[in-house]
Structures are given as C-alpha cells and as structure tokens.
Design a protein around this ligand. Structure first.
Ligand SMILES: N[C@@H](CCC(=O)N[C@@H](CS)C(=O)NCC(=O)O)C(=O)O
Length: 315
C-alpha cells in the first residue's frame, strides 16, 4: 500500500481505478455463473476487505474463489504471491508470481496502479473490475441465483429505497474516514495533516452521535454503508492510531462506535474476514517511509472486541 501521489500542498490523492465493467444477465460477455469469476485480495487492505465481507454475507464462497496476495507490498515488484506465508495463497487461476501479470494479461499496455481487490473472469482471462465500491455492488446483486441460502440471495445491502441515503453517507465516510485516515497518515506537511486529522475526528464524532440512536448507519437496516465503514474501524486502533498519527483517541474510547464495531466484528461471517496479523504487517512493514524500522508493534490489546456489546438496546 504505497502512497499514490502527494500534491504540492502536501495532500495525498488516491487515483481512480481502471477496470470498471460489470457482471449481469444483460451483459454481452460477463454473465453471472458459478465458478467463473475470481477475486484477488489482500487481507491487509481495507478496500479488498469490503469485497471479502460482501462475498461471505451473500454466501458466495463456493461461487467466487479467492487468491490472497502477500500482505507485505514490495514497492519494486508490487503485490506478489507468497503461498508459504500463513493465510496467503498461490495465484489459483493463472499461477502467476505477481499480481501485475494479471493486469498485463487483461491489457498488455496497462500502465496504471496494480491494486487489490480485482474481480477476474477466468473465461475471457480479463479483469472485469478493480474498484471495490463497484465490486461489492456486483456481488450484492448479480449472483443471487448461486447464493448458499435463499435468505442470502434475498438479502439486498443496497436496497432501492435507501440508495440516496447510502450514497450520501458513503461519500462522507469515504472522504473523511476510509480515505481520510490515509490523507492524515500520508500528509507531507503539518497543515495537510492538521486539516485531515480534524475532518477525520469531526466525522467520527458525527458517527458516534448518529449511532447513539441508530443501530446501523441507515437505522434498523444493516447495509453496504456499514460494510464500507467496518474495514476502517477495525484497523483504527491497531494501525491508524499509531502508524497514521490519527491519535486523538482510539475507537475503543468512543462508546457507541466501539459497541457498533464489536457487534459487526462478532458477526460470524464478518469475523472470519479479519486477520490482524495480515493487517498490522501490511501497514507497518510495507510502508517503510512512515515506519523505517519496519517494527510491528505488539499492542494495543484488542480484547474489548470480544466483549459484550449493547447494540440490541438501540431500537
Ligand atoms: N479504488 C480502489 C483502491 C484500492 C487500493 O488502493 N488498494 C491498495 C491496497 S489498500 C493497493 O492495492 N495499493 C497498491 C498500490 O497502490 O500500488 C478500490 O477501492 O478498489
């Protein structure tokens, strides 16, 4: 997870993704099928984490398999496959050594960023999409004929009647929280750091108060907005607080956010998508400009995540 680019004013900017197609029954090429598509992910990456969560919530584990890259990103080679490391795999589809080769297979002239997650079509040997915000919508709606249970195929995490509200909260959370932690951590000037730190904690304060009388971001219904907030919250105390200097307070010290986080973390399918070893090593070892010694801190103690939460009291 290297820096994308830092502009003259010291602000960090994330570049747009390049492959933006979809899978649907109306698509001339990318038809929904079981076993046809594949996800390339990193358990350290919060954007890949969204896709991992949607995949398990929709019961698509047997429909869309995953290849897991090495959690440490080597700047010279990009993401690589290190099957000898715990929790990492080979490239199960192409047997490549580097993720870059998957991008080049799709487009030999590709010069953009090599990022995870990637939704890959085994039939045409092309990348369908490498934008997590779109991949999760594809997983939410295009594979309903193949979900493990009827309940999972009926579940819609982006229902029509809530779309405007979901989009609104998503863009605030993305700007100031999901990407806000990176803008804080990658700032190259004190001013850029200060601005983004303030926006980040203002938004967390807003969410803290919002969650005092809303069980989930959209009220009673668990939606895509929660799936997009969770990967940042679960990394916050372990990584962003220290590594990105987002240190006004930890999530543990926000009463509502911490209980909300506990509830989501304890949901069985979500719990299996969290790998703290991959998360911590991914940031602390890969980003050696921020952490030159590459020492991975032992703390903090995250035991609170397993304690009882009070979210059932929020109607
Ligand atoms: N817009 C992309 C961003 C994904 C992204 O930035 N992934 C990071 C890991 S957290 C990555 O692969 N970085 C590698 C690089 O920039 O070289 C998405 O949400 O899918």
């Amino acid at each position: 997870m290297p820096k994308n680019q830092t502009e003259k004013d010291g602000q960090y900017t994330r570049k747009e993704s390049s492959f933006r197609d979809t899978v649907s029954k109306d698509h001339p090429v990318y038809q929904p099928e079981s076993g046809r598509y594949h996800l390339y992910v990193c358990f350290g990456c919060p954007f890949a984490h969204r896709a991992l969560i949607m995949r398990v919530l929709k019961g698509l584990e047997d429909v869309i398999d995953i290849s897991v890259v090495d959690y440490v990103l080597d700047r010279s080679t990009g993401w690589k496959f290190s099957p000898n490391k715990d929790g990492c795999t080979v490239d199960k589809v192409n047997n490549f050594e580097y993720l870059k080769q998957v991008y080049l297979l799709s487009n030999p002239n590709y010069e953009g960023r090599i990022t995870v997650p990637v939704l890959f079509d085994k039939k045409t040997k092309t990348i369908v999409n490498n934008e997590s915000a779109e991949i999760i919508r594809i997983l939410n709606s295009s594979f309903n004929d193949f979900c493990k249970t009827k309940e999972q195929s009926d579940l819609d995490y982006y229902p029509k009647e809530l779309q405007t509200e979901i989009d609104k909260i998503n863009s605030r959370v993305y700007e100031n929280v999901n990407n806000g932690v990176y803008k804080t951590g990658f700032a190259q000037t004190q001013e850029a750091y200060d601005i983004n730190y303030i926006k980040l904690f203002e938004t967390l304060d807003y969410l803290e108060s919002h969650l005092s009388n809303n069980r989930y971001l959209l009220g009673k219904q668990f939606t895509e907005a929660d799936i997009r907030l969770f990967p940042t919250l679960i990394r916050f105390d372990a990584v962003y607080f220290g590594h990105f200097k987002a240190n006004r307070q930890q999530i543990k010290d926000f009463p509502n956010l911490s209980n909300y986080l506990k509830e989501l973390y304890q949901m069985e399918p979500i719990n299996k998508t969290v790998n703290f070893h991959h998360i911590k090593n991914s940031y602390y070892v890969s980003m050696s400009d921020i952490n030159p010694t590459k020492i991975v801190p032992n703390g903090p103690d995250l035991g609170y995540l397993n304690e009882n939460h009070n979210r059932l009291d929020i109607k």
